[in-house]
Design a protein around this ligand. Sequence first.
Ligand code: G3I
Length: 373
Amino acid sequence: MTSRFRAGLVATAVIGAGAVILTQSAAFAGTPSTPAGHHNPGQDTSLRALAAQSGLRIGTAVNTDALASDDAYRSITATQFSSVTPENVMKWEVVEPTQGTYDWSAADRLVAFAEQNDQLVRGHTLVWHSQLPAWLTAAAPSMSADQLRAILKKHVIDEVTHFRGKIWQWDVVNEAFNDDGTLRDSIWLQKLGPSYIEDAFRWAHQADPKALLFYNDYNIEFTGPKSNAVYALVRDLKAKGVPIDGVGFQTHLDTQYPLPDLQSNLQRFSDLGLKVAETEVDVRTTLPVTPVEQNAQVGGYTSTLQACLAVRSCLSYTVWGFGDAYSWVPGVFAGEGAATIYDENLQPKPEYTALQQTLALGAGTPGRNDPRR
Ligand code: G3I
């Protein structure tokens, strides 16, 4: 698993970002910091208020259990972010635990929360190799291609139809490539061949013609075989008239790896006429965190946000959860963590301040070119 997310940064790459932070810190110096999760109507320095100044949506993945049980988590979700992504509750294993019996309850509650708080929703995710229901993984190997295609089509159409009009961006196909640029050997590829990808986009578009439809993946932040393969795929899909609107760059970084050439990558996808988004940003490091590592984490958040702000088609910047106690990282990468912008007690870290300052600097950058704004 440790080789899955290779993109990251080194401390030396932070020097430029550090200069940005020093320059900007004066703007906040005379202002008592607004307690995290609380609006100060006089001078709103929440992430969402600052992001609005450049038309950018700032989002977070949401752990819906924490949303229900942790008041501070709920307050921060509502007040700091202008977009939400369900971390797990729109995935197939959650919405159809038994074949033919849907359970939308957790996802519906999150969509209602988003509506109450004037937030847009990124739907995540329709077609993936992971978190499939057990009934499907058990039965798929003995199904015919036609049977499996019919099941996939029903899933995509039923889920997109259920949420029609309520989802801003759908991650239609997630993580279809290996790091070497070959297609992942999932049940979808094995049984249906590569055409499952364009089929999924067509079905999703049929069910909600207004939703923006994204291909989403990790390790495509830097130029290389995987990023090039995704680029070739989406260029071909566009050329064929497949209804794809954008590409999501997950952006799971690690301080032990170099910073990706993210801005130029975002730009080349944008030049194909596509929207782009950073969809799952976090910056993990080895524990305990040293000051040098934390500087590198600050640099990772700063530079990835700067990249999005610099590309007009970058519609949203989403962190993959906030609060180190709720992060997926320690469960997957032994000895690593501290990847989010709030600490274990939901206090904002320097990474949070770096996003604030970068957004403040970005105010006045060219507006996003989302046609629905
Ligand atoms: O809900 C069950 C619970 O009933 C059970 O008792 C418990 C026991 O382990 O597991 C719970 O499910 C867990 C689920 O999260 C919900 O909490 C799974 O074990 C756990 O594997 C799952 O992890 C999620 C992971 O995707 C699965 O691949 C993470 O929360 C989630 O952050 C992560 O998100 C992915 C994106 O969707 C795609 N990109 C990469 C990203 C990070 O891996």
